[in-house]
Ligand binder design. Structure first.
Ligand code: GTP
Ligand code: MG
Length: 303
């Protein structure tokens, strides 16, 4: 163990650039949720990759954006706070969307931290003209970066190279987590995320962002089946109607897809009992956010 390396490696970037997809690619399994809608990730989630000679703790973070409600403020607070004290920052940008003020804002926060940074230009499978990659890189020449890596998280392009570069930049260190641990979050949280992912993927407009999931009950029954009772919270009656869908079609689909994912992750047969409730304006209330989001760990005490 004398030459064992380890470190905390935080992902940073605006929403939807592919931070969580990159983490799943590096972990070689799905751990965090992803969707084509911005602001999918709401918490800081540590994902742990342990190999013979090193342990990397990937810190997934919410996308940094201009918040429109209290939930958004918390997400940004968590994202910026997650960069404090890490060993390395992976700054992810999406060249298909063009580099904007919002990216430069993240770059400024990263620069101020003075933490060594790797610039990741992701989604290169969508880029036909190499010139765009060079131009994108050029925009960040002020950034104190160790290296730039072009990736496609979806195709797996340069993911090995990224891992190698991370390891090269880690110092000698302890095993922070047990070697068989892959996430620092409890099962209830992971299950609530898998359900939320289906809502993000199957619904549109303001619905996904108005949704919070709470796993109320989780137990293994005598027949070995994992029983999950969860509530999907929305803000308005009309949203409840959409989540349930015509003759319950939507909630059935959410339940089916979530159940398959939970089964795969926990390697057990799952019975998923899903409910929908309205909690008016829960995204504006600190108390309700805490009770709807599993945010408790990261947030400071009531101000
Ligand atoms: N074509 C392509 N799409 C990608 C790639 N990486 C991620 N995506 C897609 O981009 C979308 C956003 O991915 P996420 O991983 O959820 O993005 P994120 O940065 O974690 O977003 P937030 O959690 O909202 O901050 C999803 O639809 C992904 O499938 C890539 O390399 N190529
Ligand atoms: Mg994410």
């Amino acid at each position: 163990m004398e030459n064992f390396k380890s470190g905390f490696v935080a992902f940073a970037g605006k929403p939807n650039v592919g931070k969580s997809t990159l983490i799943n690619a590096l972990m070689k399994q799905k751990i965090v949720i992803t969707s084509n809608k911005p602001q999918t990730t709401r918490n800081k989630i540590n994902c742990i990759l342990t190999e013979k000679d090193y342990q990397i703790v990937f810190v997934d973070t919410p996308g940094i954006h201009k918040p429109l409600h209290k939930l958004g403020e918390y997400m940004v607070e968590i994202a910026v706070g997650a960069l404090r004290g890490v060993d390395l920052i992976l700054f992810v940008v999406d060249p298909t969307d063009g580099i904007r003020k919002s990216d430069m804002h993240v770059a400024e926060i990263i620069s101020k931290s003075r933490i060594p940074t790797i610039l990741i230009i992701n989604k290169i499978d969508q880029i036909k003209d190499e010139k765009i990659l060079k131009e994108t890189e050029e925009k960040f020449k002020e950034l104190n970066k160790i290296k730039t890596i072009y990736t496609s998280a979806i195709k797996g392009t340069n993911i090995d190279e990224l891992e190698k570069t991370i390891v090269e930049n880690l110092s000698k260190g302890p095993m922070y987590y047990p070697e068989d641990m892959i996430s620092d979050k409890p099962s209830r949280f992971i299950i609530s995320e898998l359900i939320r992912e289906k809502v993000f993927r199957l619904t549109e407009q303001e619905i996904p962002h108005s949704t919070g999931i709470v796993v109320e009950d989780l137990k293994t029954r005598e027949n070995g089946m994992l029983y999950v009772r969860a509530t999907i919270y929305v803000e308005r009656d009309s949203q409840k109607g959409i989540i349930i869908g015509k003759s319950g079609k939507m909630i059935k689909e959410i339940g089916k897809l979530a159940r398959l994912d939970i089964q795969e992750m926990f390697e057990e047969k799952v019975f998923l009992d899903l409910h929908v409730k309205v909690k008016k304006k829960w995204r504006e209330s600190e108390f309700l956010i805490r009770n709807t989001m599993g945010f408790k760990d990261e947030l400071k005490k009531d101000k």
